[in-house]
Design a protein around this ligand. Sequence first.
Ligand SMILES: [Ca+2]
Length: 529
Amino acid sequence: MKAFESSQRTVRATASSQPSDELRIAVTFRPEADGVGPTKLNAPISARSVMRMAPNPLDMDKALSELHRRGLETTIRGKLTASVRCTRREYEKLFGTSLEAVRLDPKQAAQFHGFYYPPAGARWNPDPTVAGMIDDAYIQWPHIYMAKRVAARRSPRRGSPRPSRSSRSSRGATRGAARLAGTIPSATPPVVSAFHLDVPDDVATLINATPVHQAGRTGRGIRIAMVDSGFAHSHPFFTTHNFNSTVTLAPGATNRDTDPNGHGTGESANIFAIAPDATFIGVKVDNDRNPQLGATLLEGFQEALRHDPHVISISLGFDLRIENTNDPLPTLPNGLVALETEIEAAVAAGKVVVFSAGNGHYSFPGQMKEVISAGGVFVNQVGLMTASDYASAFKSPIFSGRSVPDFCGLVGMLPHADYIMLPVPSGCEIDREEAAHDGTTKADGWGLFSGTSAAAPQLAAVCALLLEKNPGLTPSDIKAVLKRTCRDVTTGHANPASDPAGVGVKAGPGFDGATGAGLVDAFAAFQQV
Ligand SMILES: [Ca+2]
């Protein structure tokens, strides 16, 4: 790995108020068999049925070259879907529509907050040649980072609001970080008074991975891909431990060495805590200069697949909520069907896919049936386990019978889930923002945080330990053995924001809605494979 360079402490560009003219689009295709594409199927797709949706690769080539003629450039191609980009004008012309600017709540921890999308009831007259060659083409929304929470809509707001993202405060923060950019983080965390966990040892101990390591299994030979903001693995914490990491750029992402947000860098330490010798493939999705040009979650997932990973860990997603309510969306938006299709195809190909359950979000893809949905359990100073009230738990109205989460990793409690001391680039967004309450400074390169963003990589790394011992395990074998061997969590409740009643699903003896099967026990599962 390279030495820590000053250029790595860049600050993510402030999202401009004007949506980008470059659109990020997911294209789905018609299968050969009966011609009904995934967005027209009107039903969830399963790992068993997904390959029936596979288009003829030659038809896919023809469709993409037709799109290319109209200005839609393919950025990356998946098994069943493709990602393309074009200008607003090209999209409007090709699909006979007009787009409007959409603005997301600036308090949401989203990739960016403004983009073009067809308004409800917009006209739609696609070019017949292109319409005859594809299933559909949907503009992709920005995803959100699963380290921060969503607030319950029916309970009173508490605490002070987060620092505003107004241009004035953003400029101030940028200046401050630039001034402090000479600071090289320490390989060891700062001392803070609040109870917390350190990586790697405390996380390995509580997930019960330490006896697995003592038995000689550390993830060697297993490829784990993590799709996230970025991975500044030249932070002295990672170089001191000599972890095996490579970083690749998804379409639109810039600079392998930086992570102005800090989310991917910090949460990736959870993987190394559990599977220190796994082959880590970081798929960076953020664009440091213009967040709106970064990779979509679909582009990131497609890039991850190109590296043939055994396990994919993603702490990003979407909050499928009826706007301004505490209620989940009853149907999957068509724009997310391409991502759903590609994930099901990956599971069908034997890849273990782990997503965060959300922090009060009705997370997608975390609510898909065939992914491992990572929830949260908090273990206190004396080892007592309780459901994290920061982590999501809900029944999915989209995927019938699906209860989120499957089981849990380690996640802190409301209000901020300040729980695990994680290494981040000094002066990055997380370093600056968490300093308001986590006992560290704004530029020390360490932050105390978690969220179900921490749980997904912990569970993904446990899966790697099991696969190292028994490479023949299928994704459903792994889910079943982890479920069977979890430690039962009987107290506490999940985040009220992911409960239509606004209370938070309760934990109880046996399988419960709040924690699923409970807290994962790496050694107990390891003994059974
Ligand atoms: Ca800090």
